[in-house]
Design a binder for this molecule. Structure first.
Ligand code: FAD
Length: 310
């Protein structure tokens, strides 16, 4: 792992830094590249601007590791209301949530109940609710909660990470459920016994897992795949793969983050692919933002430019 990436990932976990950085104006200005604003209205405004280009949205209220039950319930209330507002705004947008934001650290049942409320609300507006995948300490419990809700018939999707050695085995149980799966490389700092450390290995596993999730067997089981990546090499490989294997373009979608590789987002949309852009909002953006910088330390230069007001 590069030194810069390690430093940024360590910074993402620093409470000291988080408490200060969110008040620094230049840091706030720098985040605008990846986040239209802290309010849901800001995210909805961005989604409305993307819609005419054929790009749909995933919306997420940033936050993680909530340690108070009332706060976790309030997060669920927020998502319930947000789903109604997304519908009322006429935006094609699905919500994506982190289980630690819904109280997972306080207990599985409270978290499950919060998520179930959101899923029921999502169904009432005809939407799927997506579960982000967090650090490896949460993988088992996240997949357990996912399987439970899916078995109960709720419209839920879950992210899985190609850097984890275990993910191919996890697909053995997710595919027969006809799961909606977002495949990502993984954004957390993980030890070498659990996660591949070289980019080449993570990328190759991403392709292998993605191809498995697009196979006839997976599609017959009802799997829907979100390819959450900005990687131009992988995107080209999947374009060639689906063309060569007659995979229908409506059985998967590309997913990227707001503000990252916009030209590629427009190109995919105009080539007839489904593409969703994840738009974040909320006040608790610091750890999330640091992970985005860690993914591409070149983005640090955007922060530096903002310090000097460029
Ligand atoms: C929709 C979505 C949801 C996600 N959800 C989760 C989740 O639930 N859990 C989780 O652990 N992670 C999640 N992630 C993050 C993911 O795990 C990766 O950390 C992140 O997407 C970076 O990997 P990559 O494949 O996009 O590109 P990388 O492997 O980091 O880079 C490959 C290439 O992509 C391009 N690229 C990548 N980033 C940028 C950038 N910032 N600016 C310009 N070009 C860039 C460059 O050409 C680069 O060479 C999500 C990502 C997306 C897009």
């Amino acid at each position: 792992m590069g030194v810069m990436r390690s430093v940024l990932l360590a910074g993402s976990e620093s409470v000291w830094l988080r408490e200060r950085a969110v008040r620094w104006g230049f840091v706030k200005r720098a985040t605008r590249r990846f986040m239209p604003g802290e309010r849901l209205e800001d995210a909805l405004g961005a989604a409305r601007e993307l819609a005419p280009q054929g790009i749909t949205a995933i919306l997420t209220n940033l936050g993680e590791n909530v340690s108070d039950e009332a706060e976790a319930r309030a997060v669920a209330d927020h998502y319930l209301e947000a789903q109604e507002r997304v519908k009322a705004a006429g935006v094609d947008g699905e919500m994506s949530v982190k289980l630690t934001q819904l109280g997972l650290d306080l207990g599985v049942e409270a978290c499950y109940a919060n998520l179930k409320r959101i899923a029921v609300g999502a169904a009432s507006v005809g939407r799927t609710v997506w579960i982000d995948m967090e650090g490896s300490a949460y993988t088992d419990v996240t997949l357990d909660i996912y399987r439970r809700l899916k078995a109960e018939g709720h419209a839920v999707g879950v992210a899985v990470q190609s850097y984890l050695y275990r993910t191919n085995r996890d697909l053995d149980t997710l595919i027969p459920l006809g799961a909606a799966i977002r495949l990502v490389k993984g954004a957390y700092k993980e030890p070498a016994n659990l996660a591949m450390q070289s980019k080449a290995e993570v990328d190759e596993n991403y392709f292998t897992l993605g191809a498995r999730l697009l196979s006839d067997e997976a599609r017959r089981a009802g799997v829907f795949l979100g390819l959450g990546t900005h990687d131009p090499v992988l995107i080209r490989r999947f374009e060639a793969h689906v063309a060569a294997n007659d995979v229908p373009k409506d059985s998967f979608e590309f997913e990227m983050l707001y503000g990252i590789r916009r030209e590629e987002q427009f190109r995919l949309a105009s080539s007839g692919y489904r593409i969703r852009v994840l738009i974040s909002y909320g006040a608790f953006w610091f750890p999330w933002y640091m992970r985005r910088l860690a993914e591409r330390p070149a983005n640090v230069w955007f922060v530096v430019k903002n310090i000097f007001g460029a």
